[in-house]
Design a protein around this ligand. Structure first.
Ligand code: 13P
Length: 290
């Protein structure tokens, strides 16, 4: 089936009190495994590509792998471009049928960020593509994009909502105390900020930096109104650790079977995605638009 609308999936999740898992995939194997996990328990899923992954494989290859996985599934699948400050890559994703793009303008000054977000929204909406916007910096580097600078430049809640509304943003990615990658110290989570933002607007709020939060922390964010949660590091670790374990065993036994390696990686990715689906309450959501 055609890719689902990221915005519509998140609006349905917000109404029904769960969050849609937005999983960073890195190749055809992780695409197939993430969709298989979602399909096995009736969960909608958003597949996310970093700019680096798009540049490595090319947009056409990724889009067709995601489309093939979506065609084989009976749950809604959306394809999303994660943190992208580069307008040319946004244009490429739009041209190749992505459901949505995250225009990351957190490296621009306020006036430029607002003006360019408006331009990206106009370009994307003309092609029926949703836009997630980020003007505050979310701590941590995700596939080469972002910064580890812990000093977040916060805007006032009503200012953030005003910019999102005036630019026509479909989903907003505010700084919420989380960070990309593994936590070196416990984060100070801004759950109340989500509650304040969702009281001001119906625009879905996205939680970045999901890896490493506890079940209670996820639930608190979902209860406050978060409807899309991004998971990357946990999936990458599952992928790489399964590879390492398989190769160590192949070395020990002298049996070198690439397809068996894929089986082991695929099973690990599936397991990591299933775990998060359960944490986000997105399994068995038949009311989600297909
Ligand atoms: P983690 O790598 O912490 O899971 O964050 C993922 C993310 O927010 C992608 O945008």
């Amino acid at each position: 089936m055609a890719f689902a609308s990221t915005r519509e999936l998140c609006l349905a999740a917000r109404t029904d009190g769960y969050a849609v898992p937005a999983v960073n995939i890195v190749d055809g194997l992780s695409i197939a495994s993430a969709v298989k996990a979602a399909d096995s328990v009736g969960s909608p899923i958003i597949l996310q590509t970093s700019v680096k992954t798009v540049q490595y494989f090319g947009a056409a290859v990724l889009a067709s792998a995601a489309q093939a996985a979506a065609d084989a599934a009976s749950v809604p699948v959306a394809l999303h471009l994660d943190h992208c400050p580069q307008r040319a890559v946004i244009t490429e994703a739009i041209a190749h049928g992505w459901s949505s793009v995250l225009f990351d303008a957190s490296d621009r000054d306020f006036a430029t960020a607002v003006a360019e977000t408006g331009e990206v929204v106009a370009e994307a909406h003309a092609a029926g593509v949703d836009v997630e916007s980020e003007i505050e910096n979310i701590v941590g580097v995700e596939d080469g994009v972002g910064s580890d600078d812990p000093n977040v430049h916060f805007y006032a809640d009503d200012e953030l909502v005003r910019v999102a509304t005036e630019t026509g943003t479909d989903l907003m990615a505010p700084a919420l105390g989380t960070a990309h990658g593994l936590y070196k110290a416990s984060p100070v989570l801004l759950v109340d900020r989500v509650a304040r933002l969702t009281a001001l607007t119906d625009i879905p709020v996205v939680l970045h930096g999901g890896t490493g939060l506890s079940a209670e922390e996820f639930q608190a964010f979902i209860d406050a109104g978060v409807s899309k949660i991004n998971i990357s590091t946990a999936v990458k670790l599952a992928y790489m650790h399964a590879s390492r374990d398989h190769l160590a065993e192949a070395e020990r036994t002298g049996k070198w079977e690439p397809v068996k390696l894929f089986d082991q990686i695929g099973a690990a990715v599936e397991q990591a995605v299933l775990q998060h689906i359960e944490l986000f309450g997105s399994a068995r959501r038949s009311a989600v638009p297909a």
